[in-house]
Ligand binder design. Structure first.
Ligand code: NFE
Ligand code: MG
Length: 501
């Protein structure tokens, strides 16, 4: 028996440590630890509740829009204005959030995950004329291999031409990500930490020139998604088919739903599903965060806690483990009978010659994320046409003295919940349950491992010095530890004193 410790796992956001106990060439059990500690929820206590839509975005620079969205939905609820948001406000919220999804997914696939599948240093041998590939070759020729090395020894499998094309897309993705941020800023004002989504709607006026500015960027991004991102994700299934069989995890998927539509429905409806592909309902009352193996007790943080091994808590739904994220959104809506999603997923499965259950896997998560980028760019193209120039995007409201609210939406990495209570016009309690808290959670009181921990169980380890299957599986979840670790001390104790010099 031996133990593989990867600390930190690189090319994920924040600090994640993975310990895997290996026996007879397979992972017997794994532990996922969030080693980064934050206390953002505490900052909101005693503040004006409207600050939440601004301050919670500072959780993370990758997915801030989801936090202002969840906070604004929670505040809409607390202020009694849910359902009164003008159509322009509803659509702009969708467009700003979806722009952030595109940025985040392209960032993840190319700049965080691709180097697990693609040997970018091969470009050093390139003799062709493509200016972007030549610029990388010149960079490599100078011996400057960072940030591509050091790295594990991988089992690269892409033929040279496809490897080069994928490398080229890696480079193009940098420019496309800039476009997604510019597109987001058209109605969001700036990025990161856009300033437009507020309780009541969106503050940006809907003007014809803004619509055009947004639309032409969207067109270019959509073309990249269709011609590069989705084909590259599907290419992984062709050359790494064994990764359609491993890393499957808990097999239970949860989505809160997101992107409000005109008819009161959502582009993604809420629900749950599992490998049997039956849709089940979701009710926020079934949510609970456990702390059996987290460094907390009922009063707050407890760093020395004996059984503890993570700053991440363990969210559970009706005491069961759930995976959240793009795979959950896509398959929950497949199970719910969405015609568009069903036809796209069925076409992909047919093209790859796989059963839908193979999507519960490492490469399945990448395919779901890329498919989501395609679905969103298509939906956004319709949504911008539904905007009504000059019409209001926001309503006014009055602040309640006492209230409570809940905001349920989806962040790029999965289901996101903000919840607050207001007393004497100020925030009394604020709580976030964030996607990576679900996926990277430690064991719970029933000793059930979290989704990433379960995904690593039974995985074959050919070479303990190069645990490439482990890092591929972990990165397929797109973990963000900066988002995942938050805490709230309800009784206002001092947690610690910090001196910054
Ligand atoms: Ni820091 Fe986040 C997303 C949120 S992760 S990226 O997506 O909320 O759990
Ligand atoms: Mg929390």
């Amino acid at each position: 028996m031996s133990k593989i410790i990867i600390d930190p796992v690189t090319r994920v956001e924040g600090h994640l440590k993975i310990e895997a106990v290996v026996e007879a060439g397979r992972v017997k059990e794994a532990r996922s630890s969030g080693t980064l500690y934050r206390g953002l929820e505490q900052i909101l206590c005693h503040r004006d509740p409207r600050d939440a839509a601004r301050l919670t975005q500072r959780v993370c620079g990758v997915c801030p829009v989801a936090h202002s969205t969840a906070a604004s939905l929670a505040l809409d609820d607390a202020f009694g204005i849910t359902g009164q948001i003008p159509p322009n406000g509803r659509i702009l919220r969708n467009l700003i959030l979806a722009s952030n999804f595109l940025q985040s997914h392209i960032l993840h696939f190319y700049h965080l995950a691709a180097l697990d599948w693609l040997d970018i240093t091969e470009i050093a041998k390139y003799q062709g004329e493509d200016p972007e590939l030549r610029s990388v070759k010149q960079f490599l020729d100078r011996g400057a291999l960072e940030p591509f090395v050091p790295r594990y020894q991988y089992d690269w499998r892409l033929p040279v031409e496809l490897n080069r094309q994928f490398s080229l897309h890696y480079l193009q993705a940098l420019r496309i990500r800039r476009k997604t941020q510019e597109m987001l800023s058209v109605f969001g004002g700036k990025m990161p930490h856009q300033i437009a989504i507020v309780p009541g709607g969106v503050t940006t006026p809907v003007l014809a020139d803004k619509i055009t500015t947004f639309a032409w960027r969207l067109k270019e991004i959509r073309q990249f998604v269709e011609e590069a991102y989705l084909p590259d994700a599907l290419m992984l299934a062709r050359f790494y088919p064994d990764y359609l069989e491993i890393g499957s995890g808990c097999g239970k998927l949860l989505s809160y739903g997101a992107f409000a539509l005109e008819n009161g429905e959502k582009f993604y409806q809420a629900g749950r599903t599992s490998r049997n592909m039956q849709w089940q309902s979701f009710d926020a009352d079934g949510l609970k965060e456990e702390i059996a193996y987290s460094w907390y007790d009922d009063n707050g943080p407890l760093p020395g806690k004996q059984k503890g091994y993570s700053w991440i808590k363990s969210p559970r739904y009706q005491e069961e483990v759930y995976e959240v994220g793009p795979l959950a959104r896509i398959l929950v809506n497949y199970a719910a009978g969405s015609k568009t999603i069903k036809s796209r997923v069925d076409a992909i499965c047919k093209k790859l010659g796989i059963h839908i259950s193979s999507l519960f896997s490492t490469v399945g998560r990448h395919i779901a994320r890329a498919l989501e980028a395609s679905l969103l760019t298509e939906a956004m193209t319709k949504w911008i046409e539904e905007l009504e120039p000059e019409a209001p995007a926001c309503i006014s409201y009055s602040l309640p003295g006492e209230a409570e609210g809940i905001g349920l939406t989806e962040a790029p990495r999965g289901a996101l919940c903000h919840r607050l209570t207001i007393e004497s016009g100020k925030v009394k309690e604020y709580q976030l349950i964030v996607p990576t808290t679900w996926n990277a959670s430690p064991r719970d009181s029933k000793n059930q491992p979290g989704p990433i921990e379960q995904a690593l169980e039974e995985v074959k380890i050919a070479d303990e010095q190069n645990p490439v299957s482990i890092v591929r599986i972990i990165r397929s979840f797109d973990p963000c530890l900066a988002c995942a670790v938050h805490f709230l001390t309800l009784r206002g104790q001092k947690v610690g004193e910090f001196f910054v010099s």
